[in-house]
Design a protein around this ligand. Structure first.
Ligand SMILES: Nc1ncnc2c1ncn2[C@@H]1O[C@H](COP(=O)(O)OP(=O)(O)OP(=O)(O)O)[C@@H](O)[C@H]1O
Ligand SMILES: [Mg+2]
Length: 924
């Protein structure tokens, strides 16, 4: 929450959100943050308290990791900037990968809901809560985007465009139901529960939207720097000239009294572009042009109605309200399809009818100025809220072909206003906080009571965890004799007022510890809500609760020539009250009789109902629907009030964490068995693992004893309970087993391929060896032959040379003999010379022979070198062949080793199995 900067006398000085404070903090609420690991799931936090939770969230947030798990729940901190984590490409990832392998995300929650729906056939709900501006509506859109995308593959052709229709409801609902407030530029001023019905394969069958409690006061008045509903601004700035003429629109929002703050630019909102989107979405949703025109005509009518002003005219000592500009009445009448009834419209805006005492006789009583304004505004609010309800009905018609399949399984996404506390709180905040009490109670029921009860019912041991129960507050509000019943009763009591209501409440509940009555503000009571105490000002409670306007107005509206307006008021119910108990049987202009109109257009029986009654009924229905489904919770948190990124105000976050029960959830989830699986489902999932053969508890026990540590699981009467670690271990074993089976199959395939390869290698090697042998033979033969030829040639040459030498010698001897015979002396000399010459020749011949011999030797050397080179090439080839053969032998050897290892494993497993059986038999 903050950083400790000093300690003195048991008090710590802490810097919280850059503000320095000194206070008493528990030592257990401090921690050494350096040892702290950032975790995507806070269930795993080693130290578990507010400080660690907050610190973990802060570190993640600063790193743009806005989602964090707390067991099955997701906490989301508004980043106030666009993050690249919603790409459609991520959807298949979150669909296929285990939760732990990806960063926490809404897609993961949505995927869990979808998988549970398809696999277990159970309806699911995603409950998204948080204070205004925390990011609920954005989160809803991402969940819907995920669901419509993953369902598209299983959705049949004729229903394919249902997904786009579901998404198209967003711009329409946001235009009519969202507005700029001080806390959020696009604040939803209504609650919604979107249900998507799926078939058994996960294909979309249809969808339905339930809406809750649209804020009404905004239609006629807005606080400074706030706006009315977006659609008014879109209509005025976006409409074409032709449309402006058709709907009689003025040029600027400044010209309308109901758009009090006039033309206001809102950051991040482009009214013109949104108008185009709205029309496009309405077309996608197949809302006809005439219906669209009717909606816009009524919107324009409401705005002109707000411009009708009254002036006070004194008569008989009373001030009567008179319309200032009669033309405006005509404009409104035209836009409401009441052209011939403009006079009646004016009358109903300025007077009311009261019973004159005699049966069927009535008298008109003029409104004073205040009453006329109140009456005008009541009509504007009624038309808009009914129009909004009708719009949702229209959307629902186009979200399904035929009737909504109530028996089908669904995934519902709830985007509902969070807990509210302002300086002044009225009936609206009372209803909103009541809804939050109910939902929080269900969350408590779900997370705490239900868990404990389930453990108890299943006969599993469980240590109770303490938590704050808000049942007493709910009972104070909705119980018999509670605040709601008393309010309804006071609305029926003649002369009942806000003050009499408060007095009665004080009287009845003065001892209730959930309620306080502040002395300083006598018109208020304070309810101690689960989140924090809220003071409610009762002024206006009764009027808001009655939500009534005169029967004349209802009658008038049901006589509109515009079918839409007729339909809006057809089912209107009004409260009978002492000062408004008149039914107007007077024929209307145009010949229509009210009694006929009532009998044909209105329910024959008047329904006495109030705003809070309607609200609590729809709330009860919602709670029942949620209870019938498997719930997933998304808690949206707002990090600051400035709507800026990277500003994490610890104290603000802490308040939200406390009020939405996040801390208790962490404790409980950590302490309890987070996973509960029906035994049959458990067996179906894990019978793939050896040892699980039946759903008999003793078999499951044995199976779990073998695989999971004892503190990680428990077996109930109908379910198997697992802590997160135990579940993870089991899942891991299952995945490993599947992977092992796959590996074994792959091994077989690989071994078969290796054998094939081996055979091929062998054939290749044999062929290569045969080829090499033949080649070597040929080479050897070639060289031998060449050598032989050379030797023969060399011998021949030598023989010739020798013959020549002999011939020369013989010729020399002959010459020498002649010399002796002829001239002994002279010849002796000559002979000597001749002999010398012969000797020299002989020497020269010898030298020549030596040179020839040397040349031959060199040549032979070269030939030898060539041969060596060829032999080296052949040698390399032979080495490569040898290596290939060795590799082949190695592969053969590895295959053989693998086969032996498996045989050994199998032998050991059989041995173990045999020993285990013997052991069992021995034990028995
Ligand atoms: N995931 C997100 N990524 C980016 N911006 C976001 C995200 N969630 C919310 N925001 C911003 O915060 C604003 C308020 O969010 P959103 O309208 O969803 O709040 P909310 O909880 O529905 O409030 P309200 O109760 O008033 O309707 C959005 O307009 C958007 O600017
Ligand atoms: Mg919203």
């Amino acid at each position: 929450m903050g950083t400790v900067i000093g300690e003195e006398a048991g008090k710590l000085t802490v810097v919280v959100d850059s503000e320095e404070r000194t206070d008493t903090y528990k030592a257990s609420d401090t921690f050494g943050y350096r040892e702290f690991a950032i975790l995507p799931d806070m269930i795993g936090l080693p130290e578990l308290h507010e400080a660690t939770l907050l610190h973990n969230l802060r570190l993640r947030y600063m790193n743009d990791d806005i989602y964090t798990y707390i067991g099955p729940m997701v906490v989301s901190v508004n980043p106030y900037k666009k993050l690249a984590i919603y790409d459609e490409k991520l959807i298949p990832l979150y669909q296929s990968k285990p939760r732990d392998e990806l960063p926490p995300h809404l897609y993961s929650i949505a995927n869990k809901a979808f998988q549970a729906l398809v696999q277990l056939g159970q309806s699911q709900s995603v409950v998204i809560s948080g204070e205004s501006g925390a990011g609920k509506t954005e989160a809803t859109k991402y969940v819907l985007k995920f669901l419509t995308t993953v369902a598209a593959t299983s959705t049949s052709g004729s229903k394919m465009d249902l997904a786009s229709r579901i998404l198209a409801t967003n711009p329409v609902l946001e235009a009519f139901g969202n507005a700029k407030t001080v806390r959020n530029n696009n604040s939803s001023r209504f609650g919604k529960f979107i249900k998507i019905a799926f078939d058994t394969t996960g294909g979309i069958m249809g969808s339905r939207i339930d809406n809750y409690l649209l804020e009404q006061t905004r239609i006629v008045h807005q606080a400074p720097i706030e706006r009315n509903y977006h659609v008014f601004y879109q209509l005025i700035t976006g409409a074409s000239d032709e449309e402006k003429q058709k709907f009689n629109l003025l040029d600027s929002p400044d010209e309308y009294a109901y758009l009090c703050n006039g033309h206001m630019e809102v950051e991040g909102i482009d009214d013109k572009a949104d108008w185009a989107n709205l029309k496009k979405a309405m077309t996608t949703l197949q809302i006809s042009q005439s219906d669209q025109d009717a909606y816009f005509s009524l919107l324009s009518g409401i705005l002109h109605l707000g411009n009708i002003e009254f002036r006070g005219v004194e008569r008989n000592g009373m001030v009567e309200a008179h319309v200032v500009d009669e033309d405006l009445i005509k404009t409104v009448a035209a836009l409401f399809g009441l052209e011939p009834l403009a006079g009646l419209l004016k009358q109903s805006l300025t007077t009311r009818k009261v019973s004159a005492g005699v049966r069927s006789s009535t008298a008109s009583v003029p409104f004073n100025l205040e009453q006329a304004i109140e009456n005008r505004d009541a009509l504007a609010k009624a038309v808009y809220t009914k129009l909004f309800d009708n719009l949702v009905l229209q959307l629902n018609k186009h979200l399904i072909d035929g009737e909504y399949p109530t028996t089908s399984k669904f995934i519902g996404v709830l985007d509902i206003y969070g807990f509210e506390k302002f300086t002044e709180n009225s009936l609206e905040q009372f209803c909103i906080n009541y809804a939050n009490e109910k939902l929080h109670n269900q969350f408590n029921e779900h997370i705490f009571h239900a868990e404990q009860m389930e453990y108890k019912n299943e006969g599993v041991e469980w240590n109770t965890i303490e938590f704050v129960d808000n049942k007493a507050t709910i009972s104070l509000i909705e119980g018999s004799g509670g605040l709601l019943t008393m309010l309804d009763e006071e609305c029926k009591v003649p002369k009942g007022s806000d003050k009499t209501y408060l007095d009665k409440v004080k009287q009845k509940h003065k001892l209730n510890s959930m309620l306080q009555f502040p002395m300083k503000t006598p018109d208020e009571f304070i309810i101690n809500h689960y989140a924090e105490p809220v003071n409610y000002d009762v002024n206006g409670f009764l009027n808001k609760n009655r939500d009534k306007f005169s029967n004349d107005v209802i009658t008038l509206m049901t006589n509109s020539s515009m079918p839409l307006l007729k339909a809006l008021f057809r089912d209107s119910a009004t409260l009978s009250s002492s000062d408004d108990n008149v039914t107007s049987n007077r024929p209307l202009r145009g010949g229509m009789n009210l009694s006929r109109a009532t009998s044909t257009n209105s329910p024959s029986k008047r329904v006495d109902t109030t705003v809070t009654k309607k609200f609590s009924t729809s709330l009860a229905e919602l709670v029942t629907t949620l209870a019938s489904s498997n719930r997933h919770y998304v808690r949206c948190l707002k990090p600051n009030n400035k709507a800026v990124p990277k500003l994490f105000l610890g104290e603000k976050l802490l308040g939200q964490l406390r009020s939405n029960g996040v801390l208790e959830t962490v404790k409980l989830r950590k302490a309890g068995f987070a996973n509960r699986i029906i035994t049959d489902t458990f067996v179906k999932r894990y019978d793939i693992l050896p040892g699980l053969t039946s759903s008999e508890p003793k078999h499951i026990r044995k199976f779990l004893e073998r695989l999971v540590p004892p503190k990680e699981w428990a077996i109930g009467h109908t379910k198997v309970f697992l802590r997160n670690d135990g579940m993870e271990l089991l899942e891991k074993k299952r995945t490993e087993f599947i992977a092992q089976s796959l590996v074994s199959i792959q091994n077989h395939i690989r071994s078969w391929r290796a054998q094939n390869k081996l055979i091929k290698l062998r054939i290749q090697r044999e062929r290569r060896i045969a080829a090499a042998t033949v080649f070597q033979k040929l080479i050897r033969a070639f060289y031998a032959k060449r050598l032989l030829i050379r030797l023969i040639l060399a011998m021949k040459k030598r023989r010739n040379d020798a013959a020549l030498v002999i011939q020369r010698y013989s010729r020399s001897f002959n010459s020498w003999s002649v010399l002796v015979v002829l001239k002994e002396e002279w010849l002796k000399l000559q002979a000597t010379k001749a002999i010398q010459a012969q000797i020299r020749r002989y020497c020269a011949i010898n030298r020549l022979l030596d040179l020839e011999e040397e040349a031959r030797f060199r040549k032979a050397q070269e030939e030898l070198r060539e041969r060596y080179q060829i032999a080296a090439v052949i040698g390399q080839r032979l080495i490569r062949g040898y290596n290939a053969t060795m590799k082949m032998y190695r592969i053969e050897y590895e295959i053989e080793q693998e086969r032996k290892r498996k045989e050994e494993e199998e032998r050991r497993r059989i041995e173990e199995e045999r020993r285990r059986r013997e052991e069992e038999e021995r034990r028995r």
